[in-house]
Design a protein around this ligand. Structure first.
Ligand code: NAP
Ligand code: MG
Length: 497
């Protein structure tokens, strides 16, 4: 019998109302069951949202430094449990241990940063246009926040949203990805032990249409914070937007790593291997397109092929492994279908392109490299979310930037060059929420904003103070001590003639 895990609603671990459960398996060994999880439905969403609504008032009135202290306590527990949690993530999600450690560390640094926000959460104090009047802003929570997250960063993603949401005084209901519920359960065990009061943070596991959608449309949910695919994000924006909920969306990417002709090619290739193949390419910021000046392209491709030969594919728990499995059988088929599409479109398949599931016994795929792709091919436009890098050869900086910008997405971009002026031009022209110079497209830090432009997002940023913007409502406050009626824009002194 597999271990059974429950939902966390109103401070209690409870089964789904419909009694239904599902099994979560290890993508490296699909026969190995990680656990049995609740397959929640609308009734569970109702119960969780009702708990969050009831807890709202008290939590909102709990001083922010105290809220921050509870988050700090949770963070210290994550630090203690980091090795064990990383192993859980690897077993549940497949990525290699070093990537899973990053995942836990992302939750830890978010907790460290956001707990401190309990003593900051700055507003503005500005001069008034009228005498004897103070003008300032203060922040309050949005209310009940529904958090919906993907499987590729199963602890970091919920934590990145939870910690800022909680420190700002919101109460939350989290629906993690169906493929990685255990990481979320472990995070909630920590929240419970750290003393997050009942109802303040609630967890319901299950499937998108059954649990995520009712959360999106629930009348008592004030905000949805979603990270995932563009298709689902669009649907959420439509449904939640119709109810005038706040909606914050972080979606896909087709991130370009640009190699100009003066780049340090060794550095560029090392960066591309890390950016393209870590987490088996299942990163929203993965360096999935390599836009390379044709003068150096042969050498870049040769070095890439060479570097790829040492990418050991295998179980993420094995310290030798560099590339773990894909998340599930569906994703394996999807990634492989893109290899077929690339070949059909006429790109050169240089390395890989094979399913390794039969020989390796899990959802494994060979690291894959396409060369001579054109910018409009589907493999150069659509997010594959697997270990596939597509090289597009260009002539000169202008074409490089135009190709890099030529997708619907705008999450992350990287440029390799030794020339400061060319670098700065690229930084200024790249249409992306994150730009890296002489570093790959992955590797953001918690105290800086994270998110994308164009179809990657809808104008919000996560992380850093940007997260505080997202999870608060601003109240503008005027304090008049003139003892008389002062009329703004009427009695205000104007500039001298
Ligand atoms: P996904 O299929 O969009 O799922 C994301 C979450 O939404 C999951 O919890 C999913 O539940 C849920 N969901 C599915 N259908 C829903 C519906 N109709 N209503 C409400 N919720 C629903 O994405 P994914 O495959 O898990 O993750 C990969 C995607 O995430 C990629 O596109 C990647 O680029 C993106 N991503 C973006 C960022 C970023 O910050 N920009 C970071 C990481 C990942 P189920 O698990 O049951 O499907
Ligand atoms: Mg799994």
């Amino acid at each position: 019998m597999p271990d059974a895990f429950l939902n966390y609603i109103d401070g209690k671990w409870v089964p789904a109302a419909n009694g239904e459960t599902y099994l979560d398996t290890n993508p490296a060994r699909p026969g190995e069951v990680i656990g049995e999880f609740q397959r929640s439905g609308p009734e569970d969403v109702d119960a969780a949202v009702s708990a969050a609504s009831q807890a709202q008032d008290e939590w909102r009135h709990t001083p922010a430094p105290l809220r921050g202290e509870i988050i700090a306590r949770a963070t210290r527990m994550l630090v203690e449990r980091k090795p064990e949690l990383a192993e859980t993530i690897t077993k549940e999600m497949g990525k290699v241990l070093v990537d899973s450690g990053y995942d836990v560390q992302g939750a830890i640094t978010s907790g460290e940063y956001m707990s401190g926000e309990g003593r900051r959460m700055f507003g503005d104090t500005v001069p008034s246009g009228l005498p004897n009047r103070l003008a300032m802003t203060v922040r309050g929570p949005v209310g009940v926040v529904g958090i919906i997250t993907p499987w590729n960063l199963p602890m970091l993603m919920p934590a990145w949203k939870l910690f800022p949401a909680l420190v700002c005084g919101n109460t939350v209901v989290v629906k993690p990805a169906e493929d990685t519920p255990l990481s979320a359960v472990r995070l909630f065990e920590v929240l419970e032990e750290a003393g997050v009061p009942p109802g303040v943070a609630n967890l319901i596991t299950g499937f998108g249409p059954e649990a995520g959608q009712p959360l999106t449309t629930h009348p008592d949910v004030d905000m949805i914070s979603f990270t995932g695919s563009r298709a689902v994000g669009k649907q959420i924006a439509t449904l939640a937007g119709a109810e005038l909920k706040h909606v914050s969306l972080e979606m896909g990417g087709k991130n370009a790593l640009v190699v100009l002709d003066d780049a340090d090619l060794g550095e560029a290739v090392t960066g591309a291997l890390w950016g393209g193949f870590s987490t088996t390419g299942q990163r929203c910021t993965a360096s999935s397109r390599l836009v390379v000046d044709s003068r150096v392209a042969n050498e870049v491709v040769e070095r890439l092929v060479d570097g790829m030969s040492s990418l050991v594919v295998g179980d993420g728990l094995d310290p030798e492994t560099k590339v773990g499995p894909l998340i599930n059988a569906k994703q394996l088929e999807r990634v492989h279908s893109y290899t077929g599409i690339g070949v059909e479109e006429g790109a050169d398949l240089v390395v890989g392109g094979e399913k390794l599931d039969e020989s390796f016994g899990g959802h494994f795929y060979a690291p894959t490299l396409f060369d001579h792709a054109t910018a409009d091919m589907r493999i150069a436009q659509e997010e594959i979310f697997g270990p596939t890098i597509t090289v597009i050869r260009v002539d000169g900086d202008e074409e490089a930037i135009s190709v890099a910008n030529g997708t619907r997405y705008g999450l992350s971009a990287a440029v390799y060059t030794r020339d400061t002026a060319r670098a700065l031009r690229a930084v200024s022209e790249l249409e992306a929420g994150l730009v890296y110079l002489n570093a790959p497209t992955i590797g953001s830090e918690i105290h800086l904003p994270f998110g994308g432009v164009k179809d990657t997002g809808n104008g919000h940023r996560e992380s850093g103070t940007a997260a505080i913007e997202q999870f608060t409502e601003i109240k503008t406050v005027f304090l008049d001590f003139s003892g008389t009626l002062q009329r703004a824009h009427i009695d205000e002194p104007t500039s001298p003639d």
